[in-house]
Design a protein around this ligand. Structure first.
Ligand code: GRF
Length: 208
């Protein structure tokens, strides 16, 4: 049986989930995706899950637009537990998760954010980096805490910002690194190599 039993929450294309599924299928990550939940009924992440035979479903998060709370949060936790998930990954999930989910999976909720945190939390962070005039941008995989994009950092990758970049070209360059960073962070977690000391995540053994 796989070490990590993953529940994935997403809202969009699901390319990060795809990178994780690919790593699992190539034998590069000791994990199994047990369930995919999307808060958008026609999110592509659901199609990707179906193509790989992964159980998936739409989670109606109304009436809230930007957070997962109330009955939808209860249902989400119930579904994840019922599916046997022990780790939750936010793979392009466009909602703030609240303390009940974090308490149900303590230090087992991970997020990927397309910026070098703590710079540019929140939405469209690659556009924020471009508009700010940054010469480097990147991606962060971190444990989720009660704040927004504020939990302990596990893995970061940098990309250069080119003179002729648009938000789209910069985001595309960042996404290439996202697809390396998320499986890498999960490999460390699966191998028991992560130790959290205050804000610092100490990684023992091989770093790649
Ligand atoms: C990624 O840029 C991720 O960093 C951000 O949302 C986007 C999701 O992309 N949190 P995808 O749905 O995984 O393709």
């Amino acid at each position: 049986m796989a070490t990590l039993k993953l529940g994935v929450l997403g809202s969009g294309s699901g390319s990060n989930m795809q990178s994780i599924v690919d790593a699992i299928e190539k034998g590069e990550l000791d994990a199994e995706v047990k369930l995919v939940l999307a808060d958008v009924p026609d999110a592509k992440i659901l199609d990707r899950a179906k193509r790989h035979g992964i159980p998936c479903r739409y989670l109606d998060c109304a009436p809230w637009k930007t957070k997962l709370e109330g009955p939808a949060e209860d249902e989400c936790i119930r579904l994840l537990k019922e599916a046997g998930c022990d780790t939750v990954i936010l793979a392009g999930f466009m909602r703030i998760v609240k303390p009940a989910l974090l308490a149900a999976f303590p230090m087992r909720v991970l997020n990927i954010h397309p910026a070098l945190l703590p710079a540019f939390p929140g939405v469209h962070s690659w556009t924020q980096a471009l508009d700010y005039g940054c010469k480097v941008a990147g991606v962060t995989v971190h444990f989720v805490d009660a704040g927004t994009d504020s939990g302990p950092i596990i893995v970061q990758k940098c990309v250069p910002v080119m003179e002729d970049d648009t938000p789209e070209t910069l985001h595309a360059r960042i996404q290439v690194q996202e697809h390396i960073a998320f499986p890498e962070a999960l490999r460390h977690l699966a191998a028991g190599r992560l130790r959290v000391e205050g804000r610092r995540v100490v990684i023992s053994g091989p770093q790649g």
